[in-house]
Design a protein around this ligand. Structure first.
Ligand code: HEC
Ligand code: HEC
Ligand code: HEC
Ligand code: HEC
Ligand code: HEC
Length: 605
């Protein structure tokens, strides 16, 4: 979105005012919750009291989104044509739906995705800062690795132009040793503008096809050609024979057919990710070559979605859904409406981060014109497509209620997948004929995000095992990946992880746990659970009840991007690390903690 400086300042001021109002509202809500919710009645949640957070860091600057360099341009340059700012009948990038006209402008869809804001993500800042704190000798590697995918244009610019790139300031201005990081730079710095554009138009669209699908392309191994003349730079897209003249003249990029853009392998450059584990001194381990941190492409490859059968779907098919009506690719200069236009909504799961970004828009330096609410809404709808639930074999005898919950993953990879802080879990509620709750398993605390009965939420060195049968409230089915270090203990650091102590994330359909490579193996008790495989898990619940009658069972599958156990571990360092303090302040002052993927109900008597 391009804004004049003045317009920007006015809307920033407005954003500030509405945030103050929102905070007041929030405080009111929390007070109310404090009056009604009785935490002490449930012994299985232990609240860890942390000292009060110190507050927010100084706000980050907004960036110049319309920057141009020898290699890249900011989204503002592309949006001049690929976001339609016309009004009324002059608008071209709209389609008619049952609900009315829908604006499918590319920049408008992209800008509220977490990819667009990946370098302003306060959780990313906190984790990078924690890793730097833990491994000071690895500062260069951490700055390079962590920006490769989260601030990719800055990382690539730094490599091409031989610049120093670090995330945070080091040294001090007093003794003249200060080296500025992208975190505190302003819009006069090229590295800052490149970084703050996140995973942007000019990065994805310049990825060369050469090494795609090969391991060398993954873990950030995308290749962007350095060009002598700016206008020779290619912007690859899915269409043959694009009209090149207007875009080449105005934006100095040449649109070019690149079938690789429609292939999942282009996403694999950042979404398949291995690390090289290190010991406590930051030295590589002799006997471990790599740790498979995120394997979304490999998981997908081993599923029915990749094999060309009836379920066939690429990453783009699900995350960038195609319109069923033709639409022009640009607001000007694109005369032929094109079929199969791919929406840049990047439908996803992390609404919690989007709500934080929305609440702290000005502090994080996010363009105040961006509205996260529609993105959160469509992601919430998208999450409903991730799984189905069924209740079966319900029985009541000898004061024991028993039933099976069948969970089926209908996403294109493990569920959850991606970053290791994600978890999905089952919440089960049993009520008797008079509506009284007789049993509850997996209850979330709305304020902290802790789940009753989950051991990691009390002590983050522990974790909940995978269950085939659940017989009491301290056993909760949590689908997640738990990273282990060489000593076989749980670790929350990305750099000393060598394998998984538990990986019972629901596998995708078609994925056979008995014949997959080690990098995507199921780990822990789920491996020996016969009814956990091929997209499906069946969990048996046994509940003691008081006599005969009809019992209503409600089951929810819920998704939480920030497992509370991870946060306890991270927040413990808040008084030493500014960015951790900042993230904790944001977390404590926002309210969204998880989402409901799907629900099922039944009556057993
Ligand atoms: C090869 C690309 C790549 C590299 C290198 C990389 N990341 Fe990421 N990171 C990702 C992707 C992709 C996601 C999103 C996954 C998801 O949504 O589950 C992500 C997500 C995250 C998140 C979660 C953000 C959120 O809001 O939930 C954190 C924290 C994070 N990364 C930290 C790091 C740190 C620290 C480093 C450096 C040690 C790093 N990443 C290096 C690709 C990368
Ligand atoms: C994460 C990578 C990524 C980012 C970021 C991205 N695109 Fe795309 N874009 C794609 C892919 C992939 C396709 C082709 C989709 C397909 O074939 O299914 C595409 C297609 C297009 C097309 C052709 C029309 C269409 O929708 O199919 C245009 C034009 C385009 N992108 C412009 C942009 C602009 C402008 C931005 C920034 C505001 C942007 N893209 C950001 C990956 C990206
Ligand atoms: C001056 C207007 C203008 C600007 C600015 C502009 N484009 Fe385009 N773009 C177009 C037009 C016109 C087309 C061709 C439409 C057609 O043939 O249907 C196009 C096509 C594309 C395609 C589709 C190529 C294909 O063959 O599928 C991509 C991708 C693309 N642009 C990306 C970008 C990116 C990235 C930027 C910013 C660096 C950008 N555009 C800036 C006007 C523009
Ligand atoms: C240059 C690296 C890069 C490329 C290429 C890339 N991604 Fe991402 N993607 C990221 C990073 C980094 C994040 C995490 C951002 C954050 O949360 O801070 C992410 C996040 C996402 C998310 C949001 C996940 C969530 O938890 O909500 C989706 C969806 C996604 N990417 C889809 C795609 C698709 C589809 C493609 C291919 C068309 C693609 N990405 C290509 C780096 C990349
Ligand atoms: C059949 C549709 C489908 C396909 C194919 C698919 N996804 Fe997803 N994806 C989903 C759904 C639904 C979710 C939300 C549930 C979840 O978090 O897994 C999701 C979630 C994600 C997330 C967030 C992960 C998390 O749990 O936080 C990322 C990142 C992502 N997908 C990237 C990709 C990439 C990269 C590919 C291709 C290799 C891909 N997806 C293929 C449907 C799909």
């Amino acid at each position: 979105m391009i804004q004049t400086v003045q317009g920007l300042m006015i809307s920033r001021a407005l954003a500030k005012i509405s945030r103050a109002a929102a905070l007041l509202l929030l405080m009111g809500v929390q007070l109310l919750a404090g009056c009604t919710g009785d935490k002490s009645s449930n012994p299985s949640i232990n609240f860890i009291e942390l000292p009060g957070a110190r507050g927010l860091l100084p706000s980050m600057s907004t960036a110049n989104a319309a920057f141009e360099s020898a290699h890249y341009s900011g989204n503002g340059v592309c949006e001049a044509c690929h976001t339609d700012t016309a009004v009324g009948d002059a608008r071209r990038m709209v389609v008619q739906t049952e609900a009315g006209f829908k604006d499918v402008s590319i920049g408008l869809a992209w800008e509220s995705s977490t990819m667009a804001q990946s370098a302003r993500d306060p959780y990313w800042h906190a984790v990078v800062a924690a890793e730097l704190n833990r491994y000071p000798t690895l500062a260069d590697e951490i700055n390079d690795t962590c920006t490769r995918c989260h601030a990719p244009m800055a990382n690539d610019l730094a490599k091409k132009d031989n610049l120093d790139l670090q995330v945070f300031d080091t040294g001090s201005s007093e003794d003249g040793t200060l080296v500025k990081g992208i975190y505190t730079m302003g819009d006069e710095d090229a590295l800052f503008n490149h970084a703050m554009d996140g995973v942007s138009c000019a990065l994805c669209h310049q990825i060369e096809p050469g090494n795609l699908g090969d391991p060398s392309s993954m873990t950030g191994g995308y290749v962007v050609t350095p060009w002598e003349n700016a206008e020779d730079r290619l912007a690859y897209g899915q269409y043959e024979n694009p009209d090149v003249v207007y875009m080449k003249q105005t934006a100095e990029f040449t649109p070019q057919h690149g079938p690789h853009m429609s292939d999942s392998a282009v996403c694999a450059t950042c979404h398949n990710l291995t690390t090289t584990p290190v010991d406590a001194n930051g030295e590589p381990l002799a006997d471990v070559t790599h740790f498979a941190e995120q394997m979304m492409y490999t998981e997908w490859q081993l599923s029915d979605y990749a094999t060309g059968g009836p379920l066939a779907a690429t990453c783009q098919d699900c995350h960038m859904p195609k319109l069923d009506k033709p639409v022009p690719l640009a607001s000007a200069g694109a005369d032929t409406p094109r079929d199969e236009f791919a929406e840049h909504t990047f439908l996803a799961a992390n609404t919690v981060m989007q709500s934080m970004m929305s609440a702290y828009q000005s502090e994080l330096g996010i363009d105040p014109g961006i509205d996260f609410a529609p993105a959160i809404e469509r992601n919430r709808e998208f999450l409903k497509t991730a799984a189905t639930l069924a209740l079966q074999d319900g029985a009541l005898s000898d004061n024991e209620l028993s039933f099976d919950v069948v969970v089926t993953n209908t996403s294109g990879h493990k569920l959850p997948s991606g970053y290791h802080s994600r978890r999905a879990y089952l919440h089960v509620l049993v009520t008797n004929a008079s509506g009284e709750v007789v049993y509850e398993n997996g209850r979330i605390d709305a304020q902290t995000g802790a789940i009753a009965g989950v051991s990691e939420d009390v002590n983050p060195a522990n974790f909940e095992i995978h269950y085939d049968e659940i017989v009491d409230e301290t056993q909760v089915q949590v689908y997640q990946a738990i990273v282990g270090n060489p000593a076989g203990e749980r670790t929350h650091s990305l750099l000393d992880g060598t394998g998984y102590l538990k990986d019972n994330r629901l596998t995708p359909l078609g994925f056979d746990k008995n014949s997959v490579p080690a990098d995507v193996a199921v780990a822990g008790d789920a491996l020996n659970d016969d009814d956990f495989n091929n997209g499906v898990d069946t969990v048996t619940y046994k509940v003691a009840v008081d006599g005969e009658g009809a019992y209503n069972v409600l089951v929810e599958l819920r998704y939480q991007p920030f497992a509370y156990g991870h946060l306890i571990d991270l927040f413990a360092e808040f008084d030493q690390i500014d960015q951790v303090d900042m993230f904790r302040t944001i977390y404590d002052n926002t309210t969204l903690r998880d989402e409901i993927i799907t629900t099922t109900t039944g009556t057993i008597q």
